[in-house]
Design a protein. Structure first.
Ligand code: NAI
Ligand code: MG
Length: 490
């Protein structure tokens, strides 16, 4: 599979099976010259057509056909996803692939509903706004949800009539190549979508720097987000949207349903091997339910089934690669050294692949690294919150416990998401408005409909993906002004 390299240098790189560390395939390694070629193809397809010159309805039909093909090819796509990434096959096939075709249909539905306004002027002028595609969109995606991230990026860009150069993550190049083939089968004209497999500092940086790329969308670490933003600014000032890391608080109030909340907190952190930007990675529990919660959270982690992700019923597969595996193990050691209590887990499983025991820390404090950094692994950190004693600066004097947890939850440079668990509407409303995050889930977590916008405050990013809000990332608004001669009205 994919062993022939069509790229000018003839270079390839291996992609690995995280279950064993064995090579699955050698993939063409795109570098700056490949990015040049891909951008030229995308430029030509945008400037000369036919894609932007097709009717919006015709474009929507291509995307609808693509969604149908995704549904028909779920098994192959989910297999590639699990093989390359290590996520449970059932998760890929039953949760992610249906989300992907749904999202493509959502944006297919938007394609022919994007239009401007006729704007009243103060003088006799006809003023119109036209929403135009922005041009060539450059997109860089990570490895934790390879196909879902492909869909989040490509779906809205194509629906708006843009052409695309997308660089996949070096850890997971396979599934997007297959999806691109299906898009062409669906009738996407040549040059409209260009997938480049390759590494960040070479292919990724070339895309971010390219003078012929009109817009850049990036998902990945905050560190790399800063680099691509700088590259975009230093080249042609292309607008950039960033979806970056997180350290999302999961807040369990004193009146929360403990059993349900334990299960949701477990899901919020351990889903996808803990490799989620919005993982609920700081579990704040009110002192009155803390002991019960902790005991149950530990029992749930001990019950989690870890193993070969192709086996039915397995909840957790291996981490993506040795680099992430080592990083997570370093954080576990740092948690122990900084004085947090290791309740369960903390060890490697087996001697092959990158499996880690579901790990729970209690007595976690905000100044510990495990409470500050994005661990991106199966490590739950539980923190206790309680009533503040005599704090005169309280904003909400009747709920001092809530004040404390608001202050602590916001003590982070990230601001992606939060979970709030309470039966009290006032507590929920107070927390919702005070938390500096892009998404608040109340008594639920990780609800990801295509129509719900997603993105970060602070260093979790810029702009929103999904929903109606994402369309503006891929459109220019042009004002057209014409004098009106003897108008019947203005
Ligand atoms: P990364 O941010 O370096 O990689 C994401 C994408 O950016 C990949 O396609 C990569 O090739 C590309 N890239 C890397 N360096 C680049 C550069 N100089 N110019 C242009 N593109 C570049 O993330 P990485 O190294 O895979 O993981 C490191 C940490 O990042 C993880 O441990 C996790 O904490 C976080 N992360 C967050 C994700 C999210 O969904 N927000 C996804 C993946 C990682
Ligand atoms: Mg990196």
């Amino acid at each position: 599979m994919f062993t022939k390299s069509p790229n000018p240098t003839g270079k390839t790189f291996p992609t690995y099976d995280p279950r064993t560390g064995d090579v699955i395939a050698h993939v063409a390694e795109g570098d700056a010259e490949d990015i040049n070629r891909a951008v030229s193809a995308a430029r030509k397809a945008f400037d000369e057509g036919p894609w932007p010159k097709m009717t919006a309805y015709e474009r929507s039909r291509v995307l609808f056909r693509f969604a149908d093909l995704i549904d028909q090819h779920t098994e192959e796509l989910a297999t590639l996803e699990t093989w390359d990434n290590g996520k449970p096959y059932e998760q890929a096939a039953k949760i992610e692939l249906p989300m992907i075709s749904r999202l493509i249909r959502y944006y297919a539905g938007w394609a022919d509903k994007i239009h401007g306004l006729t704007v009243p002027a103060d003088s006799p002028h006809l003023v119109q706004t036209i929403h135009e595609p922005i041009g060539v969109a450059g997109q860089i995606i990570p490895w934790n949800f390879p196909l879902l991230m492909f869909a989040w990026k490509v779906g809205p860009a194509l629906a708006c009539g843009n052409t695309v150069v997308i660089k996949t993550a070096e850890q997971t190049p396979l599934s997007a190549l297959h999806a691109a083939k299906l898009l062409h089968e669906a009738g996407l004209p040549p040059g409209v979508l260009n997938v480049v497999s390759g590494f960040g500092p070479t292919a990724g940086a070339a895309l971010a720097t390219h003078m012929q790329v009109d817009k850049l969308a990036f998902t990945g670490s905050t560190e790399t987000g800063k680099i691509v933003l700088e590259l975009a600014a230093k080249s042609n000032l292309k607008p950039v949207t960033l979806e970056l890391g997180g350290k999302s608080p999961f807040i369990v109030c004193k009146d929360a349903d403990v059993d349900k909340t334990v299960e949701l907190a477990h899901f919020a952190l351990f889903f996808n091997q803990g490799q989620c930007c919005c993982a609920g990675s700081r579990t704040y529990v009110h002192e009155s339910v803390y002991d019960e919660f902790l005991e149950k959270a530990k029992a749930r982690a001990l019950k989690r089934s870890v193993g070969d992700p192709f086996v039915a019923g397995i909840e957790q597969g291996p981490q993506i690669d040795s680099e992430q595996f080592e990083k997570i193990m370093r954080y576990i050691r740092s948690g122990v050294e900084s004085g947090a209590t290791l309740e369960t887990g903390g060890e490697r499983i087996g001697d092959k692949g990158f499996y880690i025991q579901p790990t729970v820390f209690s007595n976690v404090k905000e100044d510990m690294l495990i409470a500050k950094d994005e661990i991106f692994g199966p490590v739950q950190s539980i923190l206790k919150f309680k009533e503040l004693e005599g704090d005169g600066n309280n904003t909400f004097p009747n709920c001092r416990d809530i004040n404390e947890v608001i202050r602590r939850a916001n003590t982070t440079s990230y601001g992606l998401a939060a979970g709030v668990f309470t039966q009290d509407i006032d507590t929920a409303n107070t927390l919702t408005r005070a938390l500096k995050v892009g998404t608040v889930w109340i008594n639920c977590y990780d609800v990801f409909d295509a129509a719900i916008p997603f993105g970060g405050y602070k260093m979790s990013g810029q702009g929103r993906e999904k929903g109606i809000h994402c369309l503006s990332n891929y459109l220019q608004v042009k004002a057209v002004v014409t004098p009106l001669k003897d108008p019947a009205w203005i």
